[in-house]
Design a protein around this ligand. Sequence first.
Ligand code: C5P
Length: 317
Amino acid sequence: MLSAPAQAAVTARAPAKVNLLLEVGPLREDGYHDLLTVFQALDLAEDVTAHPAEGFSVEVEGAQGVDVAGVPLDGRNLALRAALLLAERTGVRTGAHLRVRKGVPVAGGMAGGSADAAAALVACDALWGTHLGLPALGELAAELGADVPFCLHGRTAVGTGRGDRLVPVLTTAAFHWVLVPAGGGLSTPAVFAECDRLRAASGRPAPAADAGERLRAVEAALRAGDPHLLGAALANDLQEAACSLVPELAGTLAAGAAAGALAGLVSGSGPTVALLAGSAPHARRLAAALRPALGERVRTATGPVPGARVLEAVRAG
Ligand code: C5P
């Protein structure tokens, strides 16, 4: 058994993501789809504070207007599952109480739940002094969900397999975004299922999610640090399915284009819409132009940013 915790509390932060490219291949036997995706971590974050406790529990609060009503507090909570998995694999006999402060829209296609899991792994690893290190934490992250490894690693990366096998991508600039969360959330499995249904109904076979032309275009734009090139290269194979389930998204994308966004796309499985701007002032102007019609939920974000990391550790005694 490990020694008693040296920390009274540890806070870790993990980022949201936007998918610059999301190619969806065929449905696999394990219920997942093969993906080829490029993730970018944004400065919208989830903070998880882990306190020593006898058992395991979680509480959740929203930051910056994020509605947390739909977040489960039982065994389905990803932060809780992350803490339990780390304790089980390391043989830690103590528990943790987790306080999750959510800055990422819930069920918005931006990996907020996955960021909770990544931050909980990092916070509990420091709280309990297990010090597993990134490679071992990354393996636990992949067990928790397809997007959790990216929230742990952050920055910009190509994801293959379920999206959990990561290779970093060279990026030479910050990119500026305007995010429009939708009124409600979307279930990720429902959006993948709708994508399969639309493909079957149209007789289109699922394309192979391979590292082809579309990936080369995104990589070239990132290497050049050029938002115009990046705007032309953005693509999301789940967008049609998300728009089919939430028809208002087409109007949001059109409003973004009319207000002068370089490009726009649904983020991951949606329903958040991400609009690309040419600079930080352009993003602020775009957000201001969209707020009268779309409301205060419109916000700006910048990426890439680092992955999950400890913000603060308070020593016991
Ligand atoms: O791994 P995670 O729990 O985030 O995935 C949620 C659901 O999204 C999966 O159960 C699956 O239905 C769908 N999914 C998929 N292919 C992926 C990632 C997720 O079909 N590569």
